[in-house]
Structure formats: C-alpha cells, structure tokens
Write a protein that binds this ligand. Structure first.
Ligand code: ADP
Ligand code: MG
Length: 238
C-alpha cells in the first residue's frame, strides 16, 4: 500500500515562509496533480516528499509509515525531473540500468527489469542507441524508465513535459496515463498547466502562495470551486 500522507508540512527559507501547514491524504494508486502558478511552492513540496529538502515542520507518511527522516533512497520514491539528466556517453540500456548498477543488482534480474521497463515505454528497439540519437519524447521515456526499474511505490514528476513541444506533450500525457494504469504505483505530478491537470488527474491540489486552495476531482474544482482563485485558475467564473 502506497498511501501518501502529508501532515502539516511547512517550509521556510530563512525568513521566507514558502509552504504553510499543508495536509493532504493521497490514496494508494491515485494520480494526483499539484497545480499552481510559478513560485507557489510545487517543486519545494515535491522535493520534501522525495527527501531532497527538509521540511521546517510536519510529517510525511508512506503506507502509514513515517518516512520524514528517512534517506531519499529508502523512501520507495522515484522522482522524474523536467531536465532529463541522461548520461550522453551511455546507451539507453545503461541509462535505464544505472540505478540498479549503483545497487549492485545481479545481472539476470537487472536485465529483466530493464527489458520490462523498455517494453512498457516502447524503447525495446532503442536500447543500444545513445541519448543524442533519440527524440525529445524518447529521451523523456528513458528518464521515466530509469525510475520504473527501481519499482518505486510512489512516483513524483516535476513538470516532466515542459521541455517538449505541444504535440508531443499531448502524446506523452496519454502515455503517462497509460503508464499509471499499468504500474501498481501512486503518482504525484506537478505542473503549472491547468489543461494537463484537468485531463490527467484523479484529484487536483491547487496551490497558491504556499497554501492549498482546494483538493478535489477535476469536476469538483470546475463546478464547485471553493475560492475565487480556484475558479479563475481552473477557468469557471464564480
Ligand atoms: P514552483 O515549483 O511552484 O515554481 P518553488 O517550490 O520552486 O515553486 O519555489 C517556491 C518559493 O520558494 C519561491 O519563492 C522560490 O523562490 C523559493 N525557493 C525555492 N527554493 C529555494 C531555496 N533553495 N532557497 C531560497 N528560496 C527558495
Ligand atoms: Mg517548480
């Protein structure tokens, strides 16, 4: 079970408070989108969940277990970033295998995991190529493959499609939704793009100025916005 519970998370950088007492209960296998304007704290919240940044106060529970002080590697979480950070000199195969090499996984299991991820992401015939020989969408899939092989319980995506052109972004949205259905995992997806949020999410968290404006299904937000900000941001006049 990969429920994700955020309990009263706050974060300050020096005297600047950027997250204010955020509490959210995310269900197992749910696809939740954090949406909000630039600077509202989306990446900071995601980095705190991943363990890359420490909350000033509050707790994070995964599957009912407190991971607030756990090392990032021990949280069962994988994060996919906006910039893919692939190794240009390594093949697609080795880029995907990289986290397993670091774990010193034995060869047969490593190969099985890489092949499985490549199959899901339709990269099976690209495994011997270098990242420079791939399209933008294929490179993003390699980055996702590198997350899948670790069998995380929770996937975090920080604006993974914002470097892609509009047409490709549409295709990748569909692919990520399919990926969510094919994997047994909870996903948290950050974007500043309302359309992306409305089309992909089971539930949406609207953030503004480091606070949760509303947490609900796309239809709830659209038809019953709780605040003026949500109404304007999601596009329905109040
Ligand atoms: P978003 O991802 O929604 O655009 P961020 O989480 O990146 O927003 O940033 C939220 C706020 O926190 C911004 O005002 C940003 O300037 C500030 N911030 C983020 N990281 C740091 C940091 N390491 N030091 C100081 N301020 C930061
Ligand atoms: Mg950000």
């Amino acid at each position: 079970m990969a429920t994700l519970d955020l309990m009263s998370i706050s974060k300050s950088f020096g005297s600047a408070k950027v997250l204010h007492d955020i509490s959210l209960a995310i269900n197992d296998k749910e696809f939740v989108v954090f949406v909000g304007p630039s600077g509202c704290g989306k990446s900071t919240l995601l980095r705190i969940i991943a363990g890359l940044e420490e909350a000033t106060s509050g707790q994070i529970m995964i599957g009912g277990e407190d991971v607030s002080t756990a090392h990032p590697v021990d949280r069962g979480i994988s994060m996919v970033f906006q910039s893919y950070a692939l190794y240009p000199h390594l093949s697609v195969y080795e880029n995907i295998a990289f986290p397993l090499r670091v774990q010193k996984m034995e060869k047969a299991e490593l190969d099985a995991r890489v092949q499985q991820a490549a199959g899901i992401l339709q990269l099976t015939d690209k495994l011997q190529l270098k990242p420079g020989q791939l399209s933008g969408g294929q490179r993003q899939r390699v980055a996702i493959g590198r997350s899948i092989v670790r069998n995380p319980k929770v996937f975090l995506f920080d604006e993974p499609l914002s470097n892609l052109d509009a047409a490709l972004r549409g295709d990748m949205r569909v692919e990520l939704s399919q990926l969510h259905r094919s994997l047994d995992a909870t996903m948290v997806y950050v974007t500043h793009d309302q359309i992306e949020a409305m089309t992909m999410a089971d539930r949406i968290v609207v953030l503004n100025g480091g606070r949760v404006e509303q947490f609900g299904t796309p239809m709830e937000l659209y038809h019953h916005p709780k605040t003026k900000f949500v109404a304007q941001f999601i596009g329905q006049p109040n």
